[in-house]
Ligand binder design. Structure first.
Ligand SMILES: [Zn+2]
Length: 166
């Protein structure tokens, strides 16, 4: 193992010593699935009052729906009992602040590689993207008819989750 991970390994040893999850089932007790950003200021379970075993969490840059994430959600809906789906973006999101050009420039300057063909999804307008993603999921015919899809915005300064009405 790389020395870069020695602190992590040490922390895990402590976690194992007091491991609370031995008999926790793999299906989420609260039937929840959360899609949110990879941002380090979001502790999803704490923010939403969830315990170990209560919800599934999908994360990516921006908490954005894309075809891979949408496939996971469909699977989670049918196979993993996830009937409540929350898409939660957040304030001060780096992915929403970034531009495609800025990302490409950073790659170029860090690696020397031409990144002009690299097309990660950055967010132009958070609320527009969030409402669009919620709508897309609600209209996905592969999801069960009783699925509930909700959008929300998390405030990294206060921890408040604002559920959006669209
Ligand atoms: Zn973010």
């Amino acid at each position: 193992m790389s020395d870069d991970f020695s602190d992590i390994a040490e922390s895990n040893t402590d976690y194992v010593a007091a491991f609370p999850g031995k008999d926790v089932p793999g299906l989420p007790a609260k039937k929840m699935l959360l899609l949110t950003c990879m941002d380090c200021r979001i502790l999803p379970h704490q923010a939403l009052g969830m315990e170990l075993g209560d919800m599934k969490v999908l994360r990516n840059g921006g908490g954005q729906l894309n075809s891979a994430i949408e496939s996971d959600i469909v699977v989670a809906n049918h196979i993993l009992d996830c009937d409540r789906i929350l898409i939660m973006q957040h304030t001060q999101c780096g992915v929403a602040a970034a531009t495609l050009e800025g990302v490409r420039d950073a790659i170029q300057s860090n690696t020397g590689v031409d990144a002009s063909q690299f097309t990660p999804s950055v967010i132009d307008n958070q609320m527009e993207k969030l409402t669009r993603d919620v709508k897309t999921l609600r209209n996905n015919p592969l999801l069960k008819s009783n699925v509930v899809v909700q959008g929300a915005m998390y405030d990294v300064e206060t921890g408040k989750v604002d559920f959006i009405d669209e």
